[in-house]
Design a protein around this ligand. Sequence first.
Ligand code: GDG
Length: 739
Amino acid sequence: MARLIVVSNRLPYSLERVDGQLQARQSSGGLVSAIKSYFEKDEHSEYEERIWVGSVDAAPEDWEEATANKSFGSSFGIVPIFPPKEQYDKYYNGFSNATLWPLFHYFPSLTQFRSEDFDAYLQVNALFAEKLAAIYRPGDVVWVHDYQLMLLPQFLRRRLPEATIGFFLHIPFPSYEIFRLLPTTWKVLLLQGVLGADLLGFHTYDYVQHFIQSAKMVLKLENQFNILYYDNRLIRIDLFPIGIDFQKFRDAILNDLAARISTGLEEKFRGQKILFSVDRLDYTKGLSYRLEGFQEFLERYPEWHEKVVFIFNIVPSRANIASYAEMRGQIEQQVSTINGRFSSLQWQPLIYRYNHLSFEELCALYQSADAALITPLRDGMNLVAKEYVASCLDKGVLILSELTGAASELSEAILVNPTDSSEVADAIHTALTMPLTEQRNRLSFMQRRLATYDVQRWINENLESLALVKKEQEQEQSNFLDGPTTQLLLHECAIAQRRCILLDYDGTLAPYAKLPSLATPGKDVLQLLQELAKSPNTQVVIISGRDPETLHQWLGHLPLGMVAEHGAYIRYNGEGEWQSQVLVSPEWKDEIRPLMELFVTRCVGSFIEEKHNTLAWHYRNTHPDLGFTRSRELRNSLLQLTANTALQVIDGNKVLEVRLIGIDKGTAAQKVLDHYNPDFMLCIGDDTTDEDMFRVLRDKAITIRVGKNKTAARYNLWSQSQVLPLLRKLLPASAVSHS
Ligand code: GDG
């Protein structure tokens, strides 16, 4: 049975000395409690064992001492990692929290770009990979969490090609315009890093789209909706908005201690409305703007003086970073300015706390607050907003920043732009005057959603999707040419009397180049074609959309047959002249060319390739989205222009071609077949235009399409780089002579 291995930067434990003895104390937090409760539930018995892998802030011997302690017990396996202190500092405080954290939360001006931090990030990720590879067993499911470990999936994939790996990002994935600010090598490695996983999870649709866009722009990948193909693997990119343990917060309503604190608060502030917030100290939380909004509320709505109190909690965080200490100072100054200005002898508008709250205190505040003011400048999700809604019994209004991930699910909240202090001020007034029936109405909508899509469901859906992706990958794989089928192919080749090998050129024998003229054949291709073509009883035919002159210039010295311009010209091996298969003069091109020229000016990077009987508009070098959009527009116009004529419009790989009906690789392949009448035929191509020949040759040849596209060919090959090795394997088989 499989094991589930959760990997996060830190293990959910911290060490502390109690009465001289080292103890490991379980830390709290959204992810920890979610996964812990998942691990502890027996119903998830599909995993024989559950293991948590992460680093610890302690020396190995201290960890050993603390966990050897009798009081230490855990319902799941724990694998600690001990990165060297200095390296960890650069990895965590450096690249994770001074580069990725600010940049991904849209704070480019706070982002540091230090290569020694990136090196440490790389090394710590590699250390995690090493540890995981050592404990990994086939069948294990590995689930990696968050921005500190973005390189880990790829490091693992290299060591464990078959492993099932999921990755979840808890913070936003920023738009490409922000992501591209990273140095190119980092960008590439980070994207390749997470693409080592089989399933990538994000909180919102926008983060999914941003990721896909970055993968397209940086790695030049193509997507089919939320599927990407990378390194010959199908990878699913999807949204799984994290939920909360809804029941835990409902149960807390009945918790004695929480109820006592809550009643105490209500008594203390009788006659006043309670406004509340709690956040970690962080520049992403918009704390200063929030105070400005509250100040404006007190200025513009004086009727609320002495009738409202804002309990403003900040939880200490990253206290060893100077800028955080500075931020704290600034906020405390703002708090005292507001209190100094608006307080009366019996009333103080702001109650400020800089401390950790106990769970009961937190729940008591959730339950007694008339409104929560949650206004981060950016937040991957924000669990506090969800927990507050879950905890409200018969009143409560959530004021929420539209820049949080939670806003896309909690549309019944009052959504505000956190930097707009006037909007925030009005929202506070609206919340405090909202009729109870409306409050309950809005709450019940949101609570129903939170109860249904809770954190257990979030975990289940992640893990079920991961299993599904593995199945999809297997199905995909079924059409790919595997080892035994290759052997069969070689056997058929060896026993054949008359062999014919029909090969497309671009994307099959040679990779695509920026410009068609640059895709010249390398020495290896020429030599291989020469050897194949010289094999006994073997005819090699190149079938291409290229013009006859180019084919002649590149391959004319070899003993090959050639088909140019998709069949407009054919020259069999040994013949001196090309035979034209076209009877119509090419004047039609004058009608089409101006339209294509218009699109060249409308789409930077596109260009026209003119051949004798074909006009082609290439958009390989354009912005991928613009190129695609313009190609659809041009295609529509071309279809209108060519309706009821002898012309056809062909949608190729980043190219639109116009040529005569009846001139296609299918017709040409049939002519080659009739000409040589082979008893073994192999046909390889990569493009839509090659589908015509795959269809014609379906029962008469072994047909192979390069790439993962759906095809009429019998088999797929993952990439162009696999073509030459396959042809090389054919050499000994085709050397067998039967005459
Ligand atoms: C990342 C993303 C995303 C907070 N203060 C106290 C306290 N908390 C608890 C809350 C809540 C959690 O900590 C904080 O929620 P976040 O949503 O900010 O979660 P993080 O793990 O910090 O951040 C974030 C999240 O991951 C999940 O994917 O939502 O956007 O940045 O559960 O209740 N708990 C107690 N005392 C406190 O003073 N007991």
